[in-house]
Design a protein around this ligand. Structure first.
Ligand SMILES: [Fe+2]
Length: 361
């Protein structure tokens, strides 16, 4: 049975995969440089003063904007990036390049759209609200798991909601996957972001919108996650190569399918506590044995093998207003509940049930 009319998927135009491919960036950009304009490089400020910064093919006319990934990206941040671009030149950039994790890639995807669309970015949080295609965008992950490198969503926290700018134009034009760039990611951060990928696979499969196209990507992504996180003998180098592909495929599994209960709750958690997406998912998934029993068992095994301890009593001491906001934010994510539980989800999922789960975290 077809539940929805199939979406005509917009894919990336180009993808380059392989160790050391970052050094091909200048060559990849050369065809855009012919237009004689400037390029905007958005760099995760984690790389300030690090070797990668010196390898960026920055020319005189370009601008480099450092992005703090300490907080999840906001609509205000996107608008600031757009203002910087417009102050720099009255013409549009020929390309925008995001080098960093999911946050920086989402900033790149959203800002590349907002330089060609009027108004403020919060006005475009939702599905298919963008009118004009953005400038040429390239994303270069330096941590793997979010799937932001391939997804059609740029997730932003706005004044009233955390929601993606989601449309065909959001898909980047080019992705560069160089596993050397994720080699230095600290263990905990790598695990939490890797689990975002694992949870994408579990949630994509365990819901009513899955189809065989999405399942193909989700299953392979999950297999790769298991090779990375359930095998303590695997070398970091090989694991990084696999994790990079797992993230990419996990992102593709969501083009037809959806995330589910974990993401609905983790959006609420992050909206109130500004918790990073990866760790927020882990804190939530840890208590979802009633919804994803096999996946949660595997997750606990992954925690053990990788020697990761999750924060405890995470929601303890929240005010009534904060807890209510968390519950309301999660409850409002209709499309995720619909996918995970069914069209009648409101008969099964109550706000009290959501609150009880938050209280266990
Ligand atoms: Fe996610």
């Amino acid at each position: 049975m077809i539940i929805n009319k199939p979406r005509n998927i917009k894919s990336l135009d180009r993808c380059i995969y392989g160790k050391g491919t970052f050094d091909q960036l200048d060559e990849i950009l050369s065809f855009k440089r012919k237009d004689n304009g400037f390029v905007v490089f958005l760099l995760d400020d984690y790389f300030n003063g690090k070797e990668l910064e010196n390898r960026i093919p920055l020319k005189n006319q370009d601008i480099l904007i450092r992005i703090s990934a300490a907080d999840e990206p906001t609509t205000d941040l996107i608008d600031e990036v757009v203002v910087k671009c417009k102050k720099h030149s009255s013409s549009l950039p020929v390309a925008m390049i995001g080098i960093g994790g999911g946050s920086v890639m989402d900033v790149c995807k959203a800002a590349s759209l907002m330089v060609t669309n009027p108004g403020y970015s919060f006005e475009y949080q939702g599905l298919d609200l963008i009118k004009n295609p953005g400038v040429y965008s390239i994303v270069i992950p330096t941590i793997s798991g979010t799937g932001a490198e391939v997804s059609m969503t740029a997730v932003l926290t706005g004044p009233v909601k955390k929601l993606g700018i989601k449309c065909d134009f959001t898909v980047p034009d080019q992705v560069l996957l160089d596993s050397e760039l994720i080699y230095s990611v600290p263990k905990e951060q790598r695990f939490y972001t890797g689990m975002d990928c694992f949870i994408h696979g579990i949630e994509a499969i365990d819901g009513r919108h899955i189809n065989e196209f999405a399942r193909g990507f989700a299953e392979k992504s999950l297999d790769l996650c298991r090779e990375v996180f359930l095998n303590s003998k695997i070398s970091r180098e090989l694991a990084d190569e696999k994790l990079m592909v797992a993230s990419y495929m996990g992102g593709l599994s969501l083009t037809y399918s959806q995330v589910g209960v974990c993401h609905a709750l983790s959006y609420g958690l992050s909206y109130v506590l500004h918790t990073h997406h990866g760790i927020a998912n882990c804190i939530v998934f840890n208590v979802l044995e009633d919804y994803y029993s096999d996946g949660v068992k595997e997750f606990h095994e992954m925690l053990r093998i990788n020697n990761i301890s999750l924060p405890k009593n995470y929601t303890k001491g929240l005010s009534e207003a904060e807890m209510s906001k968390m519950v309301e934010t999660s409850y409002a994510l209709d499309h995720m509940w619909d996918h995970a539980i069914g069209a009648n989800w409101k008969e099964i999922i109550t706000k009290d049930k959501i609150r009880a789960l938050f209280e266990r975290m």
